[in-house]
Design a protein around this ligand. Structure first.
Ligand code: AMP
Length: 521
């Protein structure tokens, strides 16, 4: 039987039990501690009725015990469903209802929300959280046996991650062990992750970039340095963390790299220990890349591209030389071995060299399809007309391929955006706005966000006659429905919306009236 996502962790623990596996501030756990604790949790989950193939939802702040929980769920043969502790309760409930977990695991920092969610399944606690007397308590799982469990097949699910859905319902993306190990094994080999590495864990655990951080590091004997979410508020604290902890790998969305660059937070020759800077998840601005390459000339830089649906990333571009021209875009590169990027015309024919077309992805990273949503799956996971029997995933991205086989990104063909690395369907926000009965109409448009070199969301709204409407009121009413990163940051009241020749709302005209102006792909 081939490998599972967590197999290498126990192998590493057997040979370097005392090495630090996970560090966060003054907290740290060794490989032996992580391996033993996760095995105990796995056995306890199985004893309490969780079966292979079940989902186990995790409502955990980033912490060493959250990593124990990820590994424990996988060792139990279950798939983890990482919930965003910052999400409003209504959204968390929607994800819990959709994923139907056999257990929900929390800890002190999330115990209140876990209690309010009351999903009607086993509730487990990673620490001695107050009030967690029923369910699977800390003392119970800590005294469960630490013996190994029967392995499952790599075609079983490792995790289900939820992304923004255009109709206001989050979409579940299930990923198998085989999908995930294909990506992680490639990245480990290609970037040379090894024992002795000190790798960042910047993205939250409900964002799939974390899969490389966690399993790439723990499968190779490195140390995972969890970046507390608070560090994001100050570029200097992220820089301080890279320097003080002598990180050898930094992996994040480009917005964070831009934020640090805009604040000129890196001293010349800074971060002497840093060997790799990997970016993924949104456009990597060339000016940001140039800044980093000049300030950290000893590091290797790579731009990875891919959607959650094809497992973290499906293509990569290693940047060898500092780009000479800050206005030419950084390519998204070539596909990973075992994966294919197909640029197609509207007639589903391969696009000519240099021609912009719809980007499809095929190969080992492809999710089996959206979680229990055959209609959405059918729309996005389509048969390959040129290779019967093969499924290809419609990314919604526009791309071209040059004469060297290198791919270039040209924006989206729909209204999905990336704002500071967060994937947002604008329809998700508009669905929430449509529920506010004091608005006659409201649309949201993306506008440039110079601080992060990214995109932010602005809202144009028309109040119902006689209604006193302010951005503060709308914001207050959106907070219980949307995660804060989806709440618009720019606002403009209209009496009526401009329309185009077809009588449709003229979104570009609205964008133009809002500060920041339209974004170009
Ligand atoms: P997510 O599922 O959150 O990883 O978002 C996937 C989407 O992010 C892709 O379909 C692209 O639109 C965008 N994306 C990911 N990586 C890159 C990249 N390197 N350059 C440009 N866009 C990217």
């Amino acid at each position: 039987m081939s490998k599972l996502l967590h197999t290498a962790l126990s192998e590493v623990a057997a040979v370097r039990p005392d090495s630090p596996a996970v560090v966060m501030g003054s907290e740290h756990i060794s490989y032996a501690e992580l391996d033993e604790a996760s095995s105990r949790l796995a056995n306890a989950l199985r004893h309490r009725g969780c079966e292979p193939g079940d989902r186990v939802a995790l409502l955990l702040r980033k912490s060493p015990e959250a990593i124990v929980a990820l590994a424990g769920v996988l060792k139990a043969g279950c798939a983890y469903v990482p919930l965003d502790p910052q999400s409003p309760a209504s959204r968390l409930s929607a994800v819990v209802e959709s994923s139907r977990p056999a257990a929900l695991i929390g800890h002190s920092a999330t115990a209140d929300t876990v209690g309010r969610l009351a999903p009607g399944c086993l509730v487990g606690m990673m620490d001695g959280a107050e009030g967690a007397t029923s369910g699977l308590g800390y003392d119970e799982w800590r005294s469960a046996p630490a013996g190994p469990l029967h392995a499952i097949d790599p075609s079983e699910l490792a995790y289900v991650m939820y992304t923004s859905g255009s109709t206001g319902q989050p979409k579940g993306v299930p990923i198998t062990h085989a999908n995930a190990t294909h990506f992680v094994d490639w990245a480990v080999g290609h970037y040379g992750l090894a024992a002795g590495d000190r790798n960042s864990s910047h993205p939250p655990l409900h964002f799939d970039l974390s899969v490389l951080d966690v399993f790439g590091t723990l499968g190779t004997g490195g140390t995972l340095h969890l970046v507390p979410p608070e560090a994001n508020l100050l570029p200097a604290s992220i820089g301080g963390l890279i320097a003080e902890q002598q990180l050898t790998q930094w992996f994040s969305v480009p917005s964070i790299l831009t934020y640090i660059a805009k604040h000129d937070a890196i001293p010349q020759g800074g971060y002497p220990s840093l060997r790799r800077v990997l970016a993924c998840g949104e456009v990597l601005p060339t000016a940001t890349l140039i800044y980093w390459m000049e300030r950290v000339p000893h590091a290797r830089f790579s731009n990875l591209y891919g959607p959650t649906e094809t497992t973290v990333a499906s293509s990569f571009h290693d940047v060898v030389d500092i780009p000479a021209d800050a206005t030419s875009a950084v390519p998204i590169g070539r596909p990973l071995p075992g994966e294919e990027l197909l640029v197609m015309t509207a007639d589903m024919e391969p696009a000519a060299t240099g021609e912009i077309g719809d980007l499809f992805i095929a190969g080992a990273g492809l999710s089996p399809g959206y979680w229990e949503d055959p209609a959405k799956t059918k729309a996005a996971f389509v048969p390959d007309g040129n290779d019967p029997g093969r499924t290809i995933y419609r990314t919604g991205d526009l791309a071209s391929v040059d004469e060297n086989g290198v791919h270039h990104f040209h924006g989206r063909s729909d209204t999905q955006i990336k704002s500071r690395g967060y994937r947002i369907e604008l329809g998700d926000i508009e669905t929430a706005l449509s529920g506010l009965d004091y608005l006659l109409n409201a649309v949201v448009v993306p506008v440039r966000d110079d601080t992060f070199g990214s995109v932010s969301v602005s809202c144009a709204y028309i109040p119902r006659p006689g209604q006193e409407v302010s951005p503060t009121r709308i914001r207050r009413d959106l907070h219980p429905i949307l995660p804060s990163y989806m709440i618009p940051t720019g606002w403009r009241e209209f009496v009526s919306f401009p329309t185009n020749r077809n009588g449709k709302i003229d979104r570009p005209a609205i964008q133009n009236t809002i500060e920041g102006g339209p974004i170009s792909a």
